[in-house]
Design a protein around this ligand. Structure first.
Ligand code: FMN
Length: 226
């Protein structure tokens, strides 16, 4: 596929057919994703391809718990775990109660059956977090791992696959670390599910350039081609 088309037509796909994704295709996806940039080119990624059935079942359970926390926020119209003026302090909802309240969701409830499940970890010591210590939520560290994650999504699309990069399960990092033997030196950046889409959506809803690009100042005129 043309790069521009891949960029413009890679949605979040959460329902897959039963068709398996051959290891060689997944290998090709990772082999392209590795050309992502990272701070100082330290390439701190470490990908766990989860194949074991029992491990997948446990991952489903952990994702469901995270999803319940997320959904409890959505239900009251809040952005889940949104940082405040400074750093994240208090959740909007009672998390214990949320975790005990079922929140049906096909993607979560069928997590163990998705053809490919990847847990993408990142080495903390590989991250140069240039906004570390600023009096607000840190953002820079993720820049050394999410381009890699998105490269996986783009190459999967190029291979005719679909998928979604998710972060909900990061709420359960401790349990996931226990389950998968992830050392303290690493953080969980995402869970990526891939497979053959039940339906290939190619029309994405995104705001136009004029809505977010401005000239000279944050409150400057919209950037337009003259
Ligand atoms: C940082 C990040 C975290 C995300 N976490 C989740 C998640 O936990 N669960 C989920 O189902 N989708 C997750 N998504 C997918 C987004 O919901 C999706 O990219 C967005 O709604 C746009 O969907 P579209 O491309 O189909 O329009 C995440 C995406 C990003 C970039």
């Amino acid at each position: 596929m043309e790069l521009a088309e891949v960029m413009r037509t890679t949605p979040a796909t959460r329902t897959f057919t039963d068709e398996a994704v051959p290891d060689e295709v997944l290998h090709r996806i990772l082999d392209h994703a590795r050309f992502a940039p990272s701070g100082g080119n330290r390439q701190g990624w470490h990908v766990i391809v989860v194949k074991d059935a029992e491990t997948r079942t446990r991952i489903r359970e952990l994702y469901q718990l995270s999803w319940r926390e997320y959904w409890a926020h959505v239900k009251i119209g809040k952005v889940a775990f949104q940082p405040g003026d400074t750093r994240f302090s208090q959740p909007w909802v009672d998390l214990e109660e949320a975790r005990e309240t079922p929140a049906p969701n096909d993607f979560a409830d069928e997590m163990d059956t998705h053809p490919v499940l990847l847990i993408v970890c990142v080495a903390l010591e590989a991250l140069a977090v240039l906004d570390h210590g600023l009096p607000r939520q840190s953002i820079v560290g993720g820049g050394s791992i999410y381009p890699f994650c998105h490269n996986i999504m783009l190459k999967a699309r190029d291979e005719g696959l679909g998928g979604v990069m998710t972060t909900a399960i990061c709420r359960e990092e401790a349990a996931l670390a226990d389950l998968l033997g992830i050392p303290e030196s690493h953080a969980v950046a995402s869970l990526i599910a891939l497979g053959h889409p039940q339906q290939m959506v190619t029309k994405l809803r995104r705001d136009p350039v004029e809505d977010f690009a401005v000239v000279d100042r944050f409150d400057g005129e919209a950037f337009e081609v003259r």
